[in-house]
Design a protein. Sequence first.
Length: 59
Amino acid sequence: MRHCEAAGQPPEAQLTDRGLKQAIGLCEFFSNIKIDRIISSPYKRAIESIQPLAKRLEH
């Protein structure tokens, strides 16, 4: 999947408010899908996009 909405393309670009809401939405979208592994680019926007889901999967 592609990252959520970000405030630009530089590696350090963070998610926008809308992007943060999209990241939370991913958590809900994947709630009934078994996930064994998450692989992300090191870009901040990619990491922030998957963090809510990764935290949910820790439990």
